[in-house]
Design a protein around this ligand. Structure first.
Ligand SMILES: O=C(O)CCC(=O)C(=O)O
Ligand SMILES: [Fe+2]
Length: 291
C-alpha cells in the first residue's frame, strides 16, 4: 500500500504536545482519551531501549516473518527502562494525570513485531465490564481508570508499518460504537452489524485516529480507549516498550505469588526508587482462579 494514502485525522483539537504542556496533556487525555508527547527521549536512549527490547525478546535473533512477541513485566528484565523512573518529564506527566506523586509501577511490557505481522484487532484493555471475581490477570490489573497506555514506539509509528490507532473519545463510559457497528458480547471490541461477532480488524471505523509519531515520542491512552494496530507492511521490526503507574493508594488484592524476577527487580532498584515498587503487583500472565 502506498504510504501517502495515510492521512492524519482531521480533528478540531490538538493532540500533540511538548513535555512541558502538562495541563494540556492531561486535558486532552481526559477529554479525548489519548495524547502524544513529542520528543521525550534522546536518540541515544531510544537506541538503548531498542537494544534491550531485542535482547529480552529475541535473544537468539530468530524472530520469524509475521511473528509478534510480547514480554509482560518487561521492567523486571530491562535495566535501561529503569532510567525512565528518573525522567522528570515522564514523572511530571504522570503526576499531573494522576494528581498525586505517590505512584506505584503497575504494568510494563515490550512488544517486538516483525514485518508481515497482521493487524491488532480493535479492543479496549479495560476489563471492568465483567463482574468480579476475576477470571484472568487482566481482570485483576485492568479495572481502574488510570491511563493504561504509556508507550514508546521506538521506531516511531506509521499506519504503513504496524502503527497504533485509537478511537477518539471512546474512553467515555457511555461510548457506543458508531452506526453500523455493535459491541461484541464482552464489550471489549465491536463488529459490523450483520457480520460475524468477532473483534473488528479493519482500521476504517468512523472516529479512527491513526497515530504518526517519531522515535522518542510518548503515546498515552486512557484506561478504556479502544485501540488497534495496522498490519506491518514496513521493512524493519517494530519495537515498543513502556510501563504505567497506578496511584499507590489504590490497593489491589493480588491473587498470585510474586515471581522471582519481580523480587530481583524490586531488590535491585536503588533506595531512591523504592517508592515506586510499594505494592508492586508484577503479573502471572497464566493465572486462573482456583477450582
Ligand atoms: O501496538 C500494538 O501492537 C498494540 C498494543 C496494545 O494493544 C496495547 O498497548 O494495549
Ligand atoms: Fe491493547
Amino acid at each position: 500500500m502506498c504510504k501517502d494514502n495515510f492521512q492524519p485525522a482531521d480533528l478540531p483539537y490538538r493532540y500533540e504536545f511538548g513535555a512541558g504542556e502538562l495541563t494540556a496533556i492531561k486535558a486532552c487525555h481526559d477529554a479525548h482519551g489519548f495524547a502524544i508527547v513529542k520528543n521525550m527521549l534522546s536518540p541515544d536512549y531510544v537506541d538503548e531501549l531498542k537494544e534491550s527490547v531485542s535482547q529480552v525478546l529475541d535473544p537468539e535473533s530468530d524472530l520469524g516473518l509475521g511473528e509478534t512477541r510480547v514480554k509482560h513485566a518487561f521492567i523486571e528484565y530491562s535495566k535501561p527502562l529503569w532510567t525512565l523512573l528518573e525522567n522528570e518529564d515522564y514523572l511530571n506527566i504522570n503526576r499531573c494525570i494522576f494528581g498525586t506523586d505517590a505512584l506505584t509501577i503497575h504494568r510494563s511490557a515490550a512488544i517486538l513485531k516483525n514485518v508481515e505481522s497482521g493487524p491488532v484487532t480493535w479492543h479496549t484493555d479495560w476489563c471492568g465490564f465483567s463482574e468480579p471475581p476475576p477470571k484472568h490477570s487482566g481482570d485483576v490489573l485492568n479495572r481502574g481508570d488510570w491511563p493504561n497506555g504509556m508507550w514508546f514506539y521506538l521506531n516511531g509509528t506509521h499506519p504503513s508499518r504496524a502503527g497504533l490507532a485509537v478511537i477518539a473519545d471512546s474512553h467515555r463510559a457511555d461510548w457506543q460504537p458508531p452506526d453500523g457497528f455493535e459491541f461484541t458480547a464482552d464489550q471489549r471490541s465491536f463488529h459490523r452489524t450483520g457480520e460475524e461477532p468477532k473483534p473488528y480488524d479493519r482500521m476504517d471505523m468512523p472516529g479512527t485516529v491513526p497515530l504518526f509519531t517519531e522515535p522518542g515520542d510518548l503515546i498515552i491512552f486512557a484506561a478504556r480507549t479502544y485501540h488497534g494496530a495496522f498490519p506491518h507492511g514496513g521493512d524493519e521490526p517494530r519495537l515498543s516498550c513502556g510501563f504505567i503507574f497506578r496511584p499507590t493508594q489504590e490497593k489491589l488484592s493480588i491473587p498470585w505469588e510474586l515471581p522471582e524476577s519481580a523480587h530481583r527487580f524490586m531488590e535491585g532498584l536503588p533506595p531512591k526508587l523504592q517508592r515506586y515498587v510499594e505494592d508492586y503487583p508484577s503479573i502471572d500472565i497464566g493465572w486462573k482462579p482456583a477450582g
